[in-house]
Design a binder for this molecule. Structure first.
Ligand code: DX5
Ligand code: ZN
Length: 229
């Protein structure tokens, strides 16, 4: 699969979201961080903002739910127009049931792992998912430093995907930038969230193009992708 770049609107100007979405029209998805001030110590936006964004842009929405009780709240984000909904493994009571419900409603179902959550206990569950998100910072805030110690988990996840012959996308989120994206791609990630590296740039669309070029080159040279080209 070609690499995908998903700018995070957490680093955008929330008073000008439609324009900020336009500013990255070359992006594959817009990454929308939903925080409830319980699962993470920060509060952002919810269903009404997703509904409005859906009307304001043609770019599909990748909603990352950093919330408690995703079993209860996640399906409403599909109704609001999300094309992909990510819930956290640490918060979901019944992740298989939730993933099936999201897929049945027509969205891609994704699950996220905080830095201290290992992937191995979820090996048998991976076929139920369309994407796995390996967090490369503690969720809650943009602009944090990339955690290099997550690279082995990205590698092990890529090995599990290959072992089971899955179509699963492998997303990384947190501190992804020109300085770190190549390491993520080499380790096996193929979907890259970038907040401050895109919206902190003078030209966000150019930043998306540059990150895509770096990630593409790095994954083409990576051993894990040898059979994919
Ligand atoms: C953090 C969010 C990220 C955040 C990334 O909890 O999930 O999506 O926006 O921001 P950067 O790319 O600045 O680390
Ligand atoms: Zn996120």
């Amino acid at each position: 699969m070609a690499v995908q770049i998903n700018p995070s609107i957490l680093s955008a100007d929330f008073a000008r979201l439609a324009e900020e979405a336009d500013a990255v029209s070359g992006a594959d998805w817009l990454h929308v961080d939903v925080m409830d001030n319980h699962f993470v110590p920060n509060l952002t936006l919810g269903v009404p903002v997703v509904e409005s964004l859906r009307r304001a842009t043609d770019t599909p929405l990748d909603c990352h739910l950093m919330i408690d009780e995703p079993d209860r709240w996640a399906p409403a984000f599909v109704d609001a127009g999300a094309g992909s909904v990510t819930f956290h493994a640490e918060a979901a009571a019944a992740p298989v049931r939730l993933a099936r419900e999201l897929r049945a409603k027509g969205a891609r179902a994704a699950m996220a792992l905080k830095p201290a959550t290992p992937v191995e206990p979820y090996e048998d569950l991976l076929p139920e998912l369309d994407m796995l998100l390996v967090m490369t910072v503690e969720p809650g805030f943009g602009g944090q430093a990339f955690l290099d110690i997550m690279l082995p988990k990205i590698r092990r996840t890529r090995e599990l995907i290959a072992k089971h012959g899955l179509e699963l996308w492998l997303q990384v989120d947190g501190g992804v930038s020109a300085q770190t994206i190549e390491r993520c791609a080499e380790a096996g990630a193929d979907v890259f969230v970038a907040g401050s590296a895109v919206y902190g740039a003078e030209d966000p669309a150019a930043a998306v193009r540059a990150l895509r070029a770096q990630a593409t080159a790095a994954s083409e040279g990576a051993a894990w992708a040898a059979g994919c080209h």
